[in-house]
Design a protein around this ligand. Structure first.
Ligand code: 5GP
Ligand code: MN
Length: 322
């Protein structure tokens, strides 16, 4: 199935809706679930919003963010369960499985190429810059109005997944949708202020220290940062700072990596490319996935071994130097 029209009968139902976020929620999953969730509430539907992790501080300004519950287990029953921006059901930390046991129609709306099509209804659009763009298409198709609150959530999804409209997924369509969302009440300066200007002086000092730790390969094509273990669990800081943007910003760099130890022997790796190397393929070899230029995985190795394994894989994926 391939478009909002196939979802129309589901969203016409008067029943109860559950939206589930993925682990370590980002601006796209939060913006999308709030955008569609608020729209359904506006249509008089009963909507529950939940996820396995709390909403990181930089996203708490999003309209409706206060309604997103943090769940260890799912206990209720819902007619429809919606997953957005979630290629793999395991990324709900077990929540989808337990909701499914009690019977529900699962709707999977996503833009990742490695989406596992785990829904009863699947709409996967690889050309969408963000899942928020797909939610916009859905609302337009249904003719549901964009309130300033909904516009803000979807605009935030687009801003975060396109790196503030700087990455290769910043398509003409993404800009056209952004223009419409701004016209409907999304405020770019406010959103950027909330996302990128919430630092304390201490945060900035810390950032300065971390930037000193960036390492590069001898040929300058790979750069990486290992977050010290005392910071690795600080999800607010990690979401706010987009640390991987700094090694990525070196001109000669083709692949950037960020390593953080979630617990001893478990390392979360983020990868970013600039078109030369498909980093999703590298992440997939370590049980992760993502987009060609932005991917991630979690490996069960101590930090040094994780670093060596990933840096080896990246070196092999790079074209030989002349
Ligand atoms: P980040 O590095 O910001 O966590 O994630 C970048 C991209 O990689 C996102 O599109 C995200 O969905 C994907 N990603 C990150 N970690 C994982 C993972 O463990 N598994 C999968 N399948 N995708 C991941
Ligand atoms: Mn996304």
């Amino acid at each position: 199935m391939d478009g909002p029209q196939t979802l129309a009968p589901i969203f016409a139902r008067k029943g109860s809706y559950l939206f589930l976020a993925h682990l370590h929620p980002d601006g796209d999953v939060l913006g999308s679930m709030l955008g569609l969730g608020l729209a359904l509430m506006g249509q008089g539907r009963r909507v529950t919003l939940a996820g396995p992790h709390p909403v990181p501080e930089p996203y708490r300004f999003l309209p409706g963010a206060q309604w997103i519950q943090q769940w260890k287990d799912a206990s209720g029953s819902y007619d429809v369960t919606v997953l957005l921006d979630c290629p793999d059901p395991a990324r709900t930390g077990g929540l989808l499985e337990s909701v499914r046991e009690r019977g529900t129609t699962v709707v999977n709306i996503d833009h990742h190429q490695d989406n596992r099509r785990f829904g009863d209804l699947n709409w996967v659009d690889l050309s969408a810059s963000a899942t928020g763009e797909m939610v916009y298409d859905l609302l337009q198709y249904f003719g549901w109005s964009l309130t300033p609150e909904i516009a803000t959530t979807l605009y935030t999804a687009l801003v975060t997944d396109t790196g503030s409209f700087r990455y290769s997924n910043a398509s003409p369509k993404a800009f056209r949708i952004a223009a419409h969302l701004v016209a409907e009440g999304a405020a770019p300066a406010r959103v950027a202020g909330e996302l990128y200007e919430g630092r304390s002086r201490e945060d900035l000092r810390l950032l300065g220290q971390l930037l000193q730790r960036i390492e590069t390969s001898a040929d300058g094509r790979v750069a990486w940062l290992v977050l010290p273990s005392e910071l690795a669990g600080n999800q607010d800081l990690i979401e706010a700072e987009d640390f991987i943007a700094y090694p990525r910003s070196i001109r000669s760099v083709k692949v950037a990596l960020l390593f953080r130890e979630l617990q001893p022997g478990q390392v979360k790796v983020s990868l970013r490319g600039k078109g030369e190397v498909n980093v999703a393929k590298i992440a997939a070899r370590f049980g992760g996935g993502g987009h060609p230029n932005a991917a991630g995985c979690t490996v069960a190795l101590p930090m040094d071994a994780a670093k060596a394994a990933l840096l080896d894989a990246v070196a092999l994926a790079l074209p030989p130097t002349a």
